[in-house]
Design a protein around this ligand. Structure first.
Ligand code: SF4
Ligand code: SF4
Length: 130
């Protein structure tokens, strides 16, 4: 069971991390979202051998454009919960995505907790070097 940690202080109205998202989905993410009635083909696409969340019109399929909010906030993917902590596949390490305007609000304890959560999710996906 992945422990959820959420502390980043988001900027009101920011949808940056829900735009052109490359967010990976764990098998647990997929099961949890499907259990609410969404079909796999609606929210999921397979790229590079792993499931990723689908974009529509350059935005995550779950982003409510009117309110700028996540339609599945309470059950959103682990990677969305961990953001702006990300795993850089090229470098092979957990890091902070500085394209998030609130990245500097991340404390060292939040980084550590989210890094653990993210690495657990990547192991569930089966990415070899995570
Ligand atoms: S995590 Fe960062 S990029 Fe995402 S909504 Fe919050 S402030 Fe914006
Ligand atoms: S699932 Fe929600 S938080 Fe994650 S990218 Fe989509 S709209 Fe944003």
């Amino acid at each position: 069971m992945i422990k959820v940690v959420e502390m980043v202080r988001c900027i009101d109205g920011c949808i940056r991390c829900c735009t052109e998202t490359e967010m990976l989905l764990t098998p647990s993410d997929v099961r949890r979202i499907r259990s609410t009635g969404f079909s796999l083909s609606y929210f999921c696409e397979s790229r590079g051998g792993v499931y990723r969340i689908r974009n529509v019109g350059g935005r995550c399929v779950f982003l409510n454009l009117v309110e700028g909010k996540c339609l599945i906030y309470s059950i959103r993917p682990v990677g969305c919960r961990a953001y702006p902590i990300v795993y850089d596949l090229d470098v092979g390490a957990v890091t902070v995505d500085r394209s998030c305007p609130s990245w500097s609000s991340i404390s060292s304890s939040e980084f550590a907790a989210k890094a653990r959560m993210l690495l657990e999710a990547l192991r569930e996906i089966g990415l070899p070097d995570a």
